[in-house]
Design a protein around this ligand. Structure first.
Ligand code: SF4
Ligand code: SF4
Length: 257
């Protein structure tokens, strides 16, 4: 019985989450190019919808149902970044700088649009364009690109702290944010946080635990649990001693005046 209890304790949401993002990071040499911001441009120049184009469209769909949950549970570089928390656990406080990723994203999308216009539109779908073997790093020289990405994420975490790349440079997050905004507009059920602010004792444990450096206790008090930087990891819910916060499926709540 005691053994069974230990097993259940071990198999909690945060441990499962840590495992999935770590496994995803280990798989990065296989899947990296399906998230490539460059292959999509090369494909656009030839009028080809490639794997990363399709993956990014799927990200909008994921965003519609799960918000940025993929950042919390499956994205490969999340594993690397969370491993770095013990080295530099500094929180990101300059929220204005979070806009940088949207700026980078907008320029990149314009470049793709320009190339596809020059190619007179998309006229072919090739999911394995540039990844003929299906495996991203299948030749020695491709390790150079692999390490450029890994080293970039590593140093961003080392110098700037908690999930710095997610906040400032990630080119994938805006797709999920678009999906989420669409869902918020339509008001359909999706994964979301809810809170019972009357139970909150303002201990701020949730805030210290949040991997995205969000002002969680303020969000609870102001009844603003919907945040575009929230990756719906549930760490605030799991760390709250009063069980104030809940992660589950539901429709957007109306904001209180
Ligand atoms: S951990 Fe729970 S009780 Fe403490 S501030 Fe956060 S929501 Fe409130
Ligand atoms: S607010 Fe909660 S669910 Fe959102 S990122 Fe922070 S800890 Fe995760």
């Amino acid at each position: 019985m005691k053994k069974e209890n230990n097993k259940i304790k071990w198999l909690n949401r945060q441990n499962v989450r840590s495992m999935t993002i770590f496994i995803s990071f280990l798989l990065f040499p296989i899947i990296q190019w399906y998230f490539s911001p460059f292959l999509i441009i090369m494909g656009a120049a030839e009028g080809i919808m490639n794997g990363s184009f399709i993956v990014f469209m799927v990200m909008i769909l994921i965003g519609f149902f799960f918000g940025r949950g993929a950042c919390g549970f499956i994205m490969p570089c999340a594993g690397l970044q969370e491993c770095m928390f013990s080295v530099n656990g500094r929180q990101q406080k300059n929220r204005k700088l979070f806009r940088l990723k949207y700026f980078i994203w907008a320029i990149w999308v314009l470049v793709i649009a320009a190339f596809v216009t020059m190619a007179r539109g998309y006229h072919k779908i090739d999911f394995f364009y540039g990844i003929e073997s299906g495996i991203s790093v299948d030749e020695a020289w491709k390790y150079i690109i692999y390490y450029i990405v890994v080293v970039t994420f590593f140093f961003m975490s080392l110098f700037f702290g908690k999930r710095a790349s997610c906040h400032y440079i990630c080119w994938i997050a805006p797709f999920m944010v678009i999906g989420r905004k669409l869902r918020n507009l339509l008001g359909t059920p999706a994964l979301q946080l809810t809170a019972e602010e009357s139970k909150c004792i303002d201990c701020r444990i949730c805030e210290r635990e949040c991997p995205m450096s969000l002002p969680v206790s303020e969000m609870v008090q102001e009844h603003k649990m919907e945040q575009s930087e929230c990756i719906l990891c549930g760490k605030c819910a799991d760390s709250c001693p009063k069980k104030v916060i809940h992660l589950g499926f539901g429709c957007p709540e109306r904001r209180r005046k």
